[in-house]
Write a protein that binds this ligand. Structure first.
Ligand code: PLP
Length: 460
């Protein structure tokens, strides 16, 4: 890492950034006195900023994306080769990489058969919403247009995806939202809405059925859920939940959409989060880990049964899925995704994820014994959360600024962690960890050691 050896260039870059870049999810006032952070290099689990400071990244590129780690030259080579051979053609035509990746992906997803390419998680989810709306028009006389989403889940930043956001603060000041999106209750047992009961999972699923009956089953086309809620607080659904959810969807002829934008492609230790629960979704969307951020790609995957609903009708010239995503035709995406998947397979990263995820949860539970502020630890593979509370009995969440102080102290120590952030009123109190699937024991221990020190500093 020699970038800090060129201080003048870097100063120029920082000033250009300060003057001209509008950062995502960021308040810019602090940049009047503090330099914006600029990352310049990454290798494995580590990144370096423009000052030369090294960080252990427990967030896979900040938003749970770089599943196979930084600096993968084989993916860069695959992308380069593809760009030289053919960078782009609109996806109404096919491509070699697009066909090969779809085939490989489907081989990991029994029951699925079709892959629709686009660029971001939001877009992949919107494709599903559009498909459901079109199916409602074509096959249900305009009924079955409503989309159910769950409190605390998130499905993206575009207006329709935001309409399906169970995180109130994400929607604030962006209304009015489009109609036809209906919320169902969350399924976080730690914050049970039904008191302490033995069958929380089943009860939380029944709450979905109650919403369906209230709205009218014949108005509802889709239930959209994260397999493990990510930014809403790393919520691993309780025992008995998914079986009942599947049963309810079948009972009322409602399609089940699993948003694997975060969990997809290895994060939970299986290829897909839903595969932990034995369910059979009708739609699966994915984005972040599909190519680990080496190229932009997202996929909307569905069954032949759904695909058949769009089959040509000689009497209806509008009978096909009339949707396009210009950059869904960038062939770098599937080329990178193919190599990304090869790496996960050849390096045994799914098994590593399970083993290291267990260690991460174990370490967090050990921290819980020393720090009363940790109220709950949750995890699925290399995706973990620790909820911070002022009082374990009342479960009163600690203030968001204290959670952010823990995040900042870890960064000062050279470890990047995250937290639920301005998404859930009064509940932005969960530390979030999603290290790359290549993490080693020393990385995991380094992450939790830094958290322990930060908790001591902030809470004593
Ligand atoms: N779905 C989930 C579960 C997410 O966490 C996100 C982003 O964090 C999205 C969808 C939206 O993805 P994108 O930012 O690529 O549009």
């Amino acid at each position: 890492m020699n970038i800090a050896a060129q201080p003048n260039d870097i100063r120029d870059v920082i000033e250009a950034d300060r003057a001209n870049v509008w950062h995502h999810l960021t308040q810019h006032k602090p940049f009047e006195t503090v330099d914006p952070r600029i990352f310049v290099e990454g290798k494995g689990m580590r990144v370096w900023d423009a000052t030369g400071k090294e960080y252990l990244d427990a967030l896979s590129g900040g938003v749970w994306t770089v599943n196979v780690g930084f600096g993968r030259t084989s993916i860069a080579d695959a992308v380069r080769d593809q760009l030289v051979q053919l960078n782009y053609f609109a996806n109404s035509a096919g491509s070699i990489a697009g066909a090969k990746f779809a085939q490989k992906l489907i081989s990991k997803m029994p029951g699925m058969s079709r892959v629709y390419y686009s660029n971001s998680g939001s877009e992949a989810n919107e494709k599903v919403f559009k498909m459901v709306r079109q199916m409602a028009h074509r096959h249900h006389g305009g009924k079955k247009y409503k989309i159910l989403y769950r409190e605390r889940d998130y499905h993206g930043t575009t207006i329709a995806a935001l309409a399906a956001a169970g995180q109130q603060q994400r929607r604030e000041q962006y209304g009015p939202m489009p109609p036809g999106f209906v919320e169902v209750p969350h399924c976080l047992e730690y914050r049970s809405q039904y008191g302490e009961i033995d069958n929380y999972g089943e009860r939380a699923a029944e709450a979905i059925e109650e919403v369906i009956l209230r709205e009218g089953p014949d108005t509802i086309g889709l239930l959209c859920l994260e397999p493990v809620t990510a930014g809403g607080g790393v919520i691993v659904p309780p025992k008995g939940y998914w079986e009942k959810v599947q049963e309810i969807c079948r009972k009322y002829d409602i399609l089940l959409h699993i948003d694997e934008v975060v969990c997809g492609v290895g994060r939970t230790g299986l290829w897909f989060g839903y595969q932990n629960y034995g369910i059979e979704p009708d739609f699966v969307t994915m984005a972040k880990g599909v190519a680990s951020g080496y190229a932009a790609i997202s996929c909307t995957v569905t069954t032949e049964k759904v695909f058949e609903m769009f089959k040509d009708d000689a009497d209806d010239p509008m009978s096909y899925f009339r949707d396009i995503s210009t950059f869904g035709g960038c062939v770098a995406g599937p080329a990178a995704a193919l190599e990304n998947m090869r790496i996960i397979e050849d390096e045994g990263l799914l098994d590593n994820t399970l083993a290291m995820g267990k260690r991460l949860v174990g370490n967090l539970e050990a921290l819980m014994e020393r720090h009363a502020v940790i109220g709950d630890v949750r995890g699925a593979g290399l995706f973990c959360g620790a909820e911070l509370v002022a009082d374990r009995k009342t479960k009163e969440p600690v203030a968001e600024k204290l959670v952010q102080a823990v995040v900042a102290d870890c960064a000062a120590q050279g470890v990047i962690i995250g937290a639920t952030n301005r998404s859930l009123p009064g509940l932005n109190n969960t530390l979030c960890l999603a290290p790359a699937l290549i993490a080693k024991e020393t990385d995991i221990d380094g992450i939790t050691e830094a958290i322990g020190k930060a908790l001591t500093k902030v809470f004593g």
